[in-house]
Structure formats: C-alpha cells, structure tokens
Design a protein around this ligand. Structure first.
Ligand code: ZN
Length: 375
C-alpha cells in the first residue's frame, strides 16, 4: 500500500516520511486513531516506504521488488499480529498466522474495516478476539528470525489493546529491550485499554478522523458520486471512511433489493415463468448474506403493500420509489394471500440461513408466489 492510497492525512504522511529522511525512526510507534481513520492503512504504507528500495520524495516507488511484495502483503520481513478467536476451522489456541490468508485478503480488498467486520470475515460468531499468550510466543519466534531482505523487520500489531495481560507484558519487555533492527507499529483505536508502560515507551502518532475535503473528493472520484451525494455521505460518515463505504453500499443494496422485488412480483402477476427462472438464476448468484437481506426486504415490502391495500396510508413507510411501484401493486396483496406470502418468504429466509441449495429455494419461492398472486 502506498501513501497515495490512504485517504487524507497529508500532514501525518509528511511527518512519517520526515522520520525516515532524518533517520529518526523510533523502534516502537503508536498509530492511534478512531475506527475508519485509516490508521492501519497508514502503518502499512509507512512500513512499505521504509522498506522501499527506491524511495520517492512523497511515497514508495510501488515497483521495486520490496514494494511488489508489500503490494501482496507477503514481504518476509513484514509481520502482522491481530486479535483472533476460535472458529469452525480453528478450534483451539488460535493465533494470527491461522488467519493470515483472510487477513491479507481483507486488507487487499479494503484496508478500512473494523473489529466486527474482521470477526465476521473469520467467522468466529459472536466471540471477541484477543491477542493471547500463545500469540506472544509466536511474536518471539518471528523476531528471532533474521531479516531476510530489508534493513528492518517490521511487526504491525493491530489493536494492541486486545492483548491479554500476559501478552502485553511480553510486548512491554520486547519494547524495553528491542531486538536489533526491529520496528513495532502498534495500530490502536483505544489507548486507554493499553498498559501505560507500553504507551510511555512508544512514539505517538495521533491519527484524526478523515477530514471533510479529502473524504468528499475521494467519494466523488472513487465512487462516482455527485457532489451532493458525496456531501450527504461525508456528513453522515463523520470522518469514518469505513462507515462512508457502508453508507454507499447500503444505498446500492436498497436499489438491488428494490429491483429484485419488483421483478419477482411483476413476473409473478404477469405469469412470466421463463423470466422468473432467469430471475432465480440471477439472485442465486449473489452471496448468501445479500440473499437473506433481500428476503427481509421483501417481507417488509409485502407488509407495507398490504397496509396500503387496506388504505392505511398513514402507517406506511415507503420511499418515493417504493411508493411509485406499490401504488399499483398493492392491490395484489390482500387478506387472502398475505399470510401465505409472509410464510413462503420466511421459509426461504430460514432455508438460506441453513445453507440450503439457493437455486432450489428461490425456484420454489418463485413458483409459490406465482400461485399466491392472483389477478
Ligand atoms: Zn519501492
């Protein structure tokens, strides 16, 4: 990751580059910033810059052998530590390396994520991750390795506040008596949960929220939003770039759900079976979470249309676009079929949640809706 890929924070980037130019790279540094600030992205960009064999004035070169390895996060002198928990695949004593493939993939896809998103990715259900005693042994092992290619071994520790007491004390010892040519970059969201003795031995870089101008420009350039749309999202995201992306996705998801719902219902009351089969193919291709969200959306819209049909306009919650469709469609949702439609949508949701074969679930759903929606 290069500095130019990190949204905003021009001043901090300059400060970080300055530490290298002045040869004042501290062996333990703390990148402290709120969720969505880009503190992890900055730490990685900094590590890449340090290792780059052909440093440019303001950024790493992006093309030297070291940068190419950083691009895939596979540089042998770059190590990651992050909170983990047990999962269906890792049942006992989990450590970061057990999840390193998912970790790399997550960052390469989008280095702005939060704890919950990470725990979802590694599928640890509702458990909270920690950095454990076992992990501290792994850290020691890695630091005993000689450097392979770079001047420095760099260890990026994401959320050091998740260390248990044992691991935190081990880290403290390492920071007090650091192995030669080793850098610790601690990326934290909450320094209050860290040992004060660790804090006092690290050089602090406070990473603020992403500033409004950088956020706005980025949303227009990278997501093709109009200035007005970007303005809304910038305001709502409040400097959290992870949240900004979620907001954009939720708008996309609403549109997707609306289109899928209107297609399913239109084809059903027009008795267009071939088109319905195509619809089944299409919805079967998206991820399971998206399918579940669609079904929840469909349940809501059926309810709203039923209310509309009963002429209970004052308790109908529809967007303008949804209302435009529902004005005509609501006549199809009535006392005769509303309960059954609810039931088939709920059943489909339960089946998808239980990992049933999605094509069969949606085909079954479509055929039942055809029967239930009568002219
Ligand atoms: Zn380079």
């Amino acid at each position: 990751m290069q500095f130019k890929e990190v949204v905003g924070h021009q001043e901090i980037k300059e400060k970080l580059i300055f530490t290298i130019k002045e040869n004042r790279v501290s062996h333990a540094q703390l990148f402290l910033g709120p969720e969505g600030s880009g503190n992890l992205a900055l730490a990685i960009a900094y590590a890449q810059y340090i290792s780059c064999e052909n440093k440019l004035e303001n950024d790493s070169c992006g093309v030297c052998p070291s940068c190419l390895k950083f691009k895939k996060l596979v540089h042998p002198d770059l190590h990651f530590v992050f909170p983990v928990a047990t999962s269906k695949t890792i049942k006992k004593d989990p450590v970061s390396d057990d999840y390193i493939a998912q970790w790399r993939e997550s960052i390469l896809e989008n280095p702005y994520f939060n704890q919950n998103k990470w725990y979802e990715t590694i599928d640890v259900e509702n458990k909270q991750g920690i950095i454990s005693k076992n992990e501290s042994y792994e850290i020691l092992k890695k630091l005993n390795l000689k450097t392979f290619e770079s001047e420095y071994k760099i260890m990026i520790i994401w959320l050091p506040e998740k260390m248990n007491a044992f691991a935190a004390n081990k880290l403290l010892k390492l920071i007090e008596e650091p192995p030669a040519k080793t850098l610790f970059l601690l990326v934290s969201e909450n320094s209050e949960q860290m040992l004060p003795t660790i804090l006092s031995r690290t050089q602090l870089f406070k990473i603020p929220k992403v500033d409004k101008v950088s956020m706005h420009t980025n949303l227009c350039d990278n997501f093709g939003l109009s200035p007005e749309e970007a303005e809304d999202i910038t305001h709502l995201a409040n400097g959290n770039y992870f949240e900004a992306q979620n907001l954009i996705n939720s708008v996309d998801e609403e549109n997707f759900n609306f289109e899928q719902f209107t297609s399913l219902m239109r084809f059903s009351y027009q008795r267009k079976v071939l088109e319905l089969i195509e619809w089944v193919d299409e919805i079967s291709r998206v991820g399971r979470e998206k399918q579940k969200n669609f079904l929840i959306y469909a349940i809501r819209l059926v309810r709203e249309n039923f209310m509309l049909n009963l002429n209970e306009k004052k308790i109908v919650y529809l967007t303008q676009k949804e209302f435009g469709f529902s004005e005509k469609f609501s006549q199809f949702i009535n006392n005769e079929n509303v309960v059954q439609i609810y039931e088939v949508l709920n059943k489909a949701h339960a089946d998808i949640s239980m990992n049933a074969y999605n094509k069969i679930v949606f085909l079954d759903l479509a055929l039942k809706i055809i029967k239930l929606i009568k002219k």
